[in-house]
Ligand binder design. Structure first.
Ligand SMILES: Cc1cc2nc3c(=O)[nH]c(=O)nc-3n(C[C@H](O)[C@H](O)[C@H](O)COP(=O)(O)OP(=O)(O)OC[C@H]3O[C@@H](n4cnc5c(N)ncnc54)[C@H](O)[C@@H]3O)c2cc1C
Length: 395
């Protein structure tokens, strides 16, 4: 049986980032990924991911930013509005004293780069390799792969996504909420320049977001009621672009150049446990969020930075005290971000009379009250409860 100190189950964005981070420690690390690269992982699709400033700092600390930067478009400002209302919340990089609020990067480039960098380290990458069995013992865990291979580890990190197989194998419960919405993700080319601005516009059916891409196009994330998705995917290009323009408004002019459309059903899935003896959960396996605030991967990457920091000098990476440190380090951040995201979805989709006026006041207050704005901005940049790696790589 092959022995490792740490086995990471799942080589999506979070697992691959963790393999890279832990390859800089003394531990013998293995990464298991069920899907064969380069198509690896449900997250390696047409999407772009908005990385916040803390994530950029973490990738700098991991030595990955130089490779990521050429494909990443800086987000210089954000513009948040509500359809049919005048209130607007604006945030700029200048106010934050940063070169950019974040960076919009294609998932394929991000995932591909992380895998390539991880391949150049001492970490053992097993792919395709699907975990099929897991048994915990006092001082470690025994893992079985679908092809019959057996491995052992002193710590198992579950980074196997929202429907975590590790969670199911260990009988850990989860709290889930189906938003009955789907996000249609594609790209459009607006007739006016995006100037590095990320727009999000709330509508009663869900938010529509346009994020800047390097080639002058924008990635479009359009949240719609689940029951409308099939019809919208079947619309002609002209019908889809006209409807997107109508929902988004005129700020960026006319849309052309529609990309491929993919739909993602949206739900929130929170694991009931962050750790149990010899196991910890990270990324979507720990918490999977609605993309409205572009926080899911950013939060998962802070899980990664915390794990790397806690295991840095550990003799036994699965020691109970370290798992306790991880819970303490991550609990407040995950609760705050998941509650903030959930509240945002529910507040803006509430159609009760009077709610809209309150939401409107909320947006205006944000534009007018500098301390409130600073607090929200700090949280969105990812510095609210950031691990050391994010704070040190900052700026
Ligand atoms: C429309 C949309 C837009 C988004 N935009 C943003 C954004 O702008 N910013 C942001 O921060 N976040 C965003 N997110 C969230 C982000 O995509 C996720 O948080 C992130 O991809 C989660 O990565 P993960 O590695 O934890 O999980 P996953 O991507 O689900 O990866 C899990 C991996 O585990 C593997 N696996 C599963 N079971 C096994 C097994 N038994 N054995 C071995 N391997 C296994 C899978 O093949 C997969 O590769 C968005 C999400 C959506 C849906």
């Amino acid at each position: 049986m092959k022995q490792f100190d740490v086995i990471i189950v799942g080589g999506g964005l979070v697992g691959a980032s963790l393999a890279l981070a832990l390859s800089k420690t003394r531990h013998r690390v293995a990464l298991l990924e069920a899907a064969a690269p380069p198509a690896s992982g449900p997250s390696w699709d047409e999407r772009c991911i908005a990385l916040n400033a803390a994530s950029q700092a973490i990738f700098s600390a991991l030595g990955a930013w130089e490779e990521l930067a050429p494909a990443a478009e800086p987000i210089l400002s954000t513009h948040i509005s509500e359809r049919g209302r005048f209130g607007v919340a604006r945030f700029t990089a200048e106010e934050a004293g940063l070169p950019a609020l974040g960076y919009n990067i294609p998932v394929r480039h991000l995932g591909g780069t992380l895998w390539r960098l991880a391949q150049g380290t001492e970490a053992t990458l097993l792919c395709p390799a699907r975990l099929s069995g897991l048994r915990l013992q006092g001082d470690g865990a025994e893992l079985e792969l679908e092809d019959g291979q057996r491995l052992s580890a002193r710590l198992v990190v579950a980074a196997d996504g929202a429907h975590s197989a590790v969670r199911q194998m260990l009988g850990i419960g989860h709290d889930s909420r189906d938003y009955e919405q789907s996000a249609i993700v594609t790209a459009v080319r607006p007739s006016r320049g995006h100037q590095g601005c990320a727009y999000e516009r709330f509508t009663p059916d869900g938010p529509i977001a346009l994020l800047p891409k390097p080639d002058g196009a924008c990635s479009l994330v359009w949240t719609v009621p689940a029951r409308q998705v099939d019809a919208m995917l079947g619309w002609s290009e002209a019908e889809f672009l006209a409807a997107a323009e109508d929902t988004f408004g005129e700020r960026l002019g006319r849309f052309t150049g529609l990309g491929r459309r993919n739909a993602h059903p949206l739900s929130r899935v929170m694991s009931e446990r962050l750790t149990l003896p010899r196991v910890l959960f990270a990324g979507n396996a720990a918490q999977s969020l609605h993309p409205v605030a572009a926080q899911g991967f950013n939060l998962g990457l802070r899980d990664v930075a915390a794990i790397a920091e806690i295991l840095q000098d550990a003799q036994d990476p699965g020691a109970a005290a370290l798992l306790g440190d991880y819970e303490n380090a991550r609990q407040a951040d995950r609760e705050r971000v998941s509650q903030f995201t959930d509240r945002l979805v529910r507040t803006f989709s509430n159609r009760l009379p009077g709610f809209s006026a309150l939401r409107h006041l909320g947006l205006l207050a944000m534009d007018l009250a500098p301390p409130l704005k600073q607090a929200v901005m700090w949280q969105n940049l990812g510095y609210g409860h950031a691990p050391r790696m994010a704070r040190e790589g900052q700026g």
